[in-house]
Design a binder for this molecule. Structure first.
Ligand code: VG1
Ligand code: CO
Length: 540
């Protein structure tokens, strides 16, 4: 059935798909328009195989039923759906690759809160399993602005609880177990026997699923397969509103886990994942591993893990991610790439066999086993490394710093800032950059000052305006970016990094090591006064 519609003009995908308030998605035809734009912008769904699933947040199931009826009306041959509509983002990527699907639709707003007054999102992934590159999202956006009709079948809702195949017109709708395929991929990469032995020897861990999508995956793998005691996974049942919290694995939002890891009865290892299961936080007993360090440690220890024992082809990190992994890449004699923020920029490098591990400072780590970042994968990688090295998290990281030096790192986020104030701040910073190279800022010599631009080494596509960088002669830097995933006002992110080669001179507290840079970032254009804030909302 064909229905007439009118375009919405705000359906431009951001860093990771289209994210809006649930209420925005509930506007008449809003979701339908975007799904039709995905079909139209990718050559139609006719004859294609798609994977569909989401993180279980409010509106997940309603959206899936609409997408299924639209896939039917647009002529799709086959749709693979996770049971109860549940699929983590890395599991969608895994299934697209496993079934050699043409693409996939992920319903999630990741770490943003869920519920009728909170956030929803929709993202299209292409046939390599990764987020659509910009050329594709541009085409989808263009279609969304010109849309006049969409296609939707009349059909009763598909029973998403029941595994198996339903036929509607020419389309086979295949409801699959959300975990099985993903778990089998993890079993190929990691030494499950060694990790199981670690648990049998009394090693303790706590995994916080934050009432989001990784609960069923973590239970199945950690508790039911690897033998971790029941209760190792906390907040394991996905809820439509994540229990009212932010399912964001950092020291601020995963505070329940953090309290346990800093308590007298702290387990040996702590980890958390986000709403859609692609982020991870790694903790030791009273010890926090920055995501940038985690990437570097995994790279330096990859030879200990079966799936990576044959060596890494290269490492890729997003520009604001610390340069800790660059040092490891140099030592290993492999390539290291610096890309814009967002997992979509890693796809070409992994497809071309140039990057094996990829990471972002925003608690994202992954590899070429799928084309998304993967929270539980990072946790299993750490467990495998700990099982082989028989050391604590703190020992592993301290030895890493002693060998490679330490990149002190922090990110400050100012959320819900007035859009005009944020834009004015960015223009003031751009002004300040003019003619700044070889000059000084706060007593530091400036060696570069620019707006990060990127040319993909594989397909030569370009991205500009990816973050204002101020780099200093001692290797330290400050980066300013506006977030592309928020749904209210603007979010300003400021990233600080400083390298210390000599372990003897190291500070315990990164805040101390970065104090001068933080002060400078505020004073150079009067940041706090401009946006009327005393302190950041979140520090990671
Ligand atoms: C943020 C992170 C970025 C990440 C993106 C999607 O984007 O900074 O590194 O790729 O979220 O992650 P932004 O534009 O808000 O800085 V997820 O787990 O929200 O899909
Ligand atoms: Co996420």
């Amino acid at each position: 059935m064909q229905r007439a519609t009118q375009p919405y003009h705000d359906q431009k995908p951001g860093t990771s798909g289209l994210r809006k308030k649930v209420r925005a998605f509930q506007q008449s035809h809003y979701l339908e328009n975007f799904v039709q734009a995905i079909a139209d912008g990718t050559g139609g769904f006719a004859g294609k195989t798609l994977v569909v699933g989401g993180d279980g947040r409010f509106y997940n199931v309603e959206a899936i039923q609409i997408i299924l009826r639209m896939a039917v009306a647009n002529g799709a041959a086959r749709v693979i759906v996770g049971q109860d509509g549940i699929l983590s983002t890395p599991a969608v990527s895994c299934l697209i690759r496993h079934y050699q699907a043409d693409g996939g639709i992920v319903l999630s707003a990741s770490h943003n809160p869920g519920g009728p007054d909170a956030d929803f999102g929709i993202k299209y992934n292409v046939s390599n399993g990764g987020p659509a590159p910009e050329a594709v999202t541009d085409a989808i956006y263009a279609c969304s602005r010109a849309i006049a009709v969409y296609h939707i079948a009349e059909a009763t809702p598909v029973d998403l609880a029941r595994l198996g195949i339903t036929h509607i017109q020419q389309t086979h709708i295949h409801v699959v177990d959300s975990v099985t395929q993903y778990q089998s991929l993890m079993g190929e990469l990691f030494d499950f026997d060694a990790i199981g032995a670690l648990f049998r020897a009394g090693f303790t861990m706590c995994f916080d699923a934050m009432r989001a999508v990784t609960g069923p995956y973590a239970k199945a793998i950690l508790e039911h397969t690897l033998g971790a005691p029941a209760g190792t996974v906390m907040n394991a049942v996905p809820l439509a509103d994540f229990g009212g919290g932010h399912p964001d694995p950092n020291l601020t939002h995963a505070h329940e886990l953090v309290e346990r890891l800093w308590s007298d009865a702290a387990p040996d290892f702590g980890a958390a994942s986000d709403g859609d299961g692609d982020r991870n936080m790694i903790l030791g007993s009273r010890f926090f591993v920055t995501p940038s360090d985690s990437l570097a440690v995994l790279a330096a220890n990859a030879h200990l893990v079966p799936g990576y024992a044959q060596g890494l082809s290269g490492i890729a990190r997003s520009m604001p991610t610390s340069q800790a992994c660059d040092t490891v890449a140099r030592e290993l004699g492999i390539e290291c790439f610096e890309t814009p923020t967002g997992w979509k920029y890693f796809g070409t490098l992994m497809d071309a066999g140039r990057a094996t591990l990829c990471g972002e400072e925003s608690f994202g780590t992954g590899s070429n086993h799928v084309r998304e970042k993967d929270g539980l994968w990072a946790v299993l990688f750490w467990l495998n490394v700990l099982a082989v090295r028989q050391q604590s998290v703190e020992q592993v990281v301290s030895e890493h710093w002693a060998r490679f030096g330490r990149n002190y790192y922090a990110r400050h986020d100012y959320e819900g800032v007035r859009v005009e104030a944020a834009n004015e701040l960015m223009s003031a910073l751009r002004q300040l950059q003019v003619g700044l190279v070889d000059g000084h800022l706060g007593g530091r010599e400036v060696v570069y000052a620019d707006d990060f631009a990127y040319t993909d080494p594989i397909d030569h596509s370009t991205a500009t305006g990816q973050g204002l960088r101020f780099g200093f002669a001692d290797g330290s830097r400050i980066v300013y970016r506006l977030s592309g995933t928020g749904t209210v006002g603007a979010t300003i992110r400021i990233y600080f990094e400083r390298f210390e080669a000599n372990p003897a001179a190291q500070y315990d507290d990164p805040r101390q090591a970065l104090a001068d840079l933080i002060e400078l970032a505020d004073s150079m254009v009067g940041l706090r006064a401009r946006i009327g804030r005393d302190q950041p909302d979140v520090i990671t």
